[in-house]
Design a protein around this ligand. Structure first.
Ligand code: 0PR
Length: 393
């Protein structure tokens, strides 16, 4: 830090230059991200809540009430308006809180996860002292429920299903997992960090969507992130529990708060108001109709990309997408080489061992996807010539 403070306008100008480059890169070439550009109104709403700390709900009563309303809306989308929940920093924290509750409630030490689960489950297991049992996937990239069944022991604290996997957007057979959870009396957590704000709207749009939410009695908790397909600014994750009983074992009372002592079941104490005011505003302004329209547009872009990939001999889809996530590989190239070439052409996609992932988000356009398709085709051919000038994205 400098000894003397600098002129604010100079510092802000420099900041603007730095941020502008990031935003440009993110908006135009980064199709590997599950986050979207927040709607402008959500930024205003975020700033309005920026002083708030819902960790002290007796002081920040208005924002605390808004959080309850947001949770009721998310619960409504997931077939349980009475769900108990909080807005957290993202899917990672939500999954940690869910496993924390499952462990304390069951007093057991193993968790069975699909091989496709997000890295956050490994972090959670590490933090919570849980042993991970990894269930393989079937040919359709969903978890092998028979394997899960065979792996349940007296030590099983929870089983996990994913509704919208990180790599491909696949949806595990949550209905079967739910039946299994009820039969064996184990905790079932569903990670719908991405899919939770896609699947309900896909269903309303007439797509065939398997049950994945609280409608299934075995589902104890669900992760759903407004900062992914909810168009909210980061950080806005969500964790919802079927009923209050489940969180009793992770509830801690902070007695000295300015607004009066409260019991909470969050990892953090101080919690930002901005994400809550932003999500609340988005839900009011967009309504179900607005979100449905956003999902419809993302699916149209997905379809455009899928058709283009299917028409090209050099490209191959990993699976028909269920939602706006596409996995693609080049038939005659290693994924590494394909990825290297796409990066050289200036695209920032996600590298998975088996494919490149493209996430079609509301800020993407048809022109951008056509441009991407053209470059995917160029990169996938053997004769690819490295562009002389590396694109500066
Ligand atoms: N669950 C699932 C199914 C996820 O895909 C993710 C993250 C999480 C949980 C964890 O969520 P947080 O990152 O909010 O804690 N999925 C994104 C991914 O791996 C995270 C991400 C987002 C990475 C934007 C990069 C990026 O630019 O793709």
């Amino acid at each position: 830090m400098n000894e003397k403070g600098e002129r604010p306008s100079k510092v802000l100008e420099e900041l603007a230059r730095i941020i502008e480059e990031d935003v440009k890169r993110f908006s135009f070439r980064a199709l590997g991200s599950m986050c979207c550009r927040p709607l402008p109104i959500s930024k205003i709403a975020y700033l309005m809540g920026i002083e708030g700390n819902v960790g002290d709900p007796g002081v920040w009563r208005g924002i605390a009430r808004l959080e309850k309303e947001v949770i009721r809306c998310l619960g409504g989308l997931l077939s349980n308006p009475k769900a108990v929940g909080v807005i957290v920093s993202g899917g990672t924290e939500a999954n940690i809180v869910a496993l924390w509750a499952a462990r304390n409630k069951s007093k057991k030490r193993e968790v069975i996860v699909p091989a496709s689960c997000h890295i956050s489950f490994y972090k959670a297991a590490d933090l919570l002292g849980l042993k991970i049992v990894r269930a393989p996937l079937k040919g359709d990239f969903t978890v092998d429920v028979d394997y899960v069944r065979r792996s349940i022991t007296r030590n099983t604290a929870a089983i996990i299903g994913v509704a919208g996997t990180t790599a491909l957007g696949a949806v595990d057979p949550i209905e079967e997992l739910s039946e299994l959870a009820l039969e064996k009396d184990v905790y079932l957590h569903v990670d719908a960090a991405f899919g939770g704000m896609v699947l309900p709207f896909l269903r309303e749009l007439g797509y065939k969507v398997p049950e994945f939410d609280f409608k299934l009695e075995g589902v104890c908790s669900i992760t759903v992130d407004p900062h992914k397909m909810g168009l909210a600014p980061i950080p806005a994750g969500g964790i919802l529990f079927r009923e209050h009983d489940i969180v009793e074992s992770i509830a801690f009372r902070t007695p000295y708060l300015a607004g009066g002592g409260v019991k909470s079941f969050t990892i953090t104490g101080t919690r930002p108001g901005g994400p809550i005011t932003a999500v609340w505003t988005l839900m009011r302004v967009l309504g179900k109709e607005g979100y449905r329209e956003i999902v419809r547009e993302c699916m149209e872009l997905t379809e455009l990309l899928v058709e283009g990939i299917e028409q090209d001999d050099h490209l191959e889809l990993l699976m028909r997408p269920v939602m706006n996530i596409v996995g693609v590989k080049a038939r005659r190239l290693s994924v590494r080489e394909f990825s290297k070439r796409m990066r050289r052409l200036g695209w920032l996609l996600s590298d998975f061992p088996t494919h490149l992932r493209i996430v079609l988000m509301p800020h993407h356009t048809e022109d951008l996807i056509n441009e991407l398709l053209r470059d995917l085709k160029v990169a996938a051919t053997k004769e690819f010539v490295k562009p002389r000038v590396t694109l500066n994205v």
